[in-house]
Design a protein around this ligand. Structure first.
Ligand code: UDX
Length: 431
């Protein structure tokens, strides 16, 4: 949706195809089905100006298009690999509708070799090699800032065995003025997985250093300032926290691990990344139990805990691999009663986390009512400047467990809170 809306905004005619009729209808009516800043305006403007439409018919879209992007899901397969059935279905549908030369671009995140797979599917379905080229053009946008990332990308990656096809796709992006890397298809495919796995590794590395800080007087935020100032390292993606979640990093690390095993070039470093990431929430829960728990079988029985933030990251309502799911389950298993708040994701969260032992609240202060601790799971902007006095007045015990280092120790201890953050020993409230 984001890529299509921006191509339309740049003056192209774009048809977005989906098999879900109700989604297509609501998009044509200008309703954006996800929370993504700036996207609703983009959709509305381009629908109104007639450059963007949505349809369910592949033949109609393919026959009138020069370039066709495949942007379907590539979920994990049962064997740990990548399920390419949606790619195959889309490629087959495209093949049946080809009516002249087409450029078929894979934007879905796919394992190395998928370009050849798409080519085979299209040829097997009766299209002559001269009538199409396959291009790999991965996207690197982040949820919550997808429009910004698409308009101001660090780079555009285009992989193809056809120079002409690659150049045609490059023209689509020309107006953005971003550096363009034109390469072979398999390198382009690997660039996407390697980028995501590297970023996941960077986050995981700093989380491991944060564990070390918690055993010393060091403060991870100070450490990150110094480490990130090295231009060879850079400050981005050094935010220590509860580990990475979302629809990409966990899936892509697993997919690269699987591919590396299959190809006989194992990457044990990614096993370690995975294991460390999986240990983030249990470690955090142990800190909560260590402070608030009893020796009973259910150590937090009778304790109320407020949970702030449910989506996997701010500015999205996406709950895929959100740390809140693991945290809410783990806290409920210890007997805690939960009061949760999220600015946008509550409806989606309720569907996944359920209502058992958890009350969904209208604002952070309501979530703090009667609580012995507040757990910050997602760093939504509106949590940065909470009225801490008001928050404290709602609570039984003023303790903040900050899983995203939203606050500084001084800020919350000055307000009378005990403060547990990531990568620093706990701080007592100022008298
Ligand atoms: C990611 C990639 O960044 C993007 O390039 C790719 O196209 C899709 O996957 P996204 O999953 O939307 O994007 O969000 P991102 O901002 O990368 O965050 C992923 C996870 O890492 C989140 O759970 C986030 O909380 C966590 N994270 C991120 C950290 O824990 N620390 C950081 O410093 C940055």
């Amino acid at each position: 949706m984001v890529t299509g809306a921006i191509f339309a905004d740049l003056g192209n005619d774009v048809i977005g195809v989906d098999i879900d009729r109700s989604r297509v209808d609501s998009l044509n009516a200008g309703d954006c089905p996800i929370h993504e800043p700036r996207l609703p305006e983009l959709l509305k403007r381009n629908l109104k100006e007639g450059r963007l439409t949505f349809a369910t018919s592949i033949p109609e879209a393919v026959s009138t298009s020069e370039i066709i992007f495949i942007c379907v899901g590539t979920p994990p397969a049962e064997d740990g690999g990548t399920d390419l059935s949606q790619v195959e279905t889309a490629a087959t549908g495209i093949a049946h509708a080809v009516n002249g030369y087409k450029i078929i671009v894979n934007k879905s995140t796919v394992p190395v070799g998928t370009g050849d797979f798409v080519r085979d599917v299209i040829e097997k379905n009766g299209v002559a090699a001269k009538d199409f080229d396959v291009v790999c053009n991965p996207e690197f946008l982040r949820e919550g800032q997808a429009v910004r990332d698409t308009l101001q990308p660090d780079r555009i990656v285009i992989g193809s065995s056809s120079e002409t096809a690659a150049k045609t796709v490059e023209l689509l992006y020309q107006a953005l003025g971003a550096p363009c890397i034109i390469t072979d298809t398999q390198s382009a495919e690997l660039i996407k997985y390697a980028s995501n796995a590297f970023l996941a590794t960077k986050i995981t590395f700093i989380n491991a250093v944060a564990n070390l800080c918690e055993q010393t007087q060091a403060d991870i935020r100070e450490v990150v300032k110094g480490v990130g100032a090295d231009s060879r390292i850079g400050p981005a993606f050094l935010g220590a926290g509860l580990g990475y979640g979302g629809s990409c990093f966990p899936k892509d690390v697993d997919a690269l691990l699987h591919a590396s095993r299959r190809l006989g070039a194992e990457m044990p470093i990614l096993e370690a990344v995975r294991a460390e990431n999986d240990s983030r929430v249990p470690r955090f829960i142990q800190r909560i139990i260590g402070r608030l728990g009893t020796k009973n079988r259910l150590p937090l029985e009778g304790t109320t805990i407020g949970v702030l933030g449910l989506s996997f990251k701010p500015d999205t309502d996406d709950m895929r691999e959100a740390k809140s799911i693991e945290i809410c389950h783990a806290l409920r298993e210890t007997g805690a009663r939960l009061r949760a708040y999220d600015p946008i994701a509550t409806t989606n969260a309720r569907r996944i986390i359920g209502d058992d032992g958890i009350e969904y609240c209208q604002n952070p202060y309501e979530a703090a009512k009667g609580a012995s601790g507040i757990v910050i799971v997602t760093e939504w902007r509106e949590f940065i400047q909470l009225n801490l006095n008001r928050l404290k007045s709602e609570m039984v015990e003023p303790i903040i467990f900050d899983g995203r280092n939203v606050y500084s120790s001084e800020q919350v201890t000055d307000a009378g809170f005990e403060y547990f953050s990531i990568g620093k020993i706990p701080s007592k409230p100022k008298p």
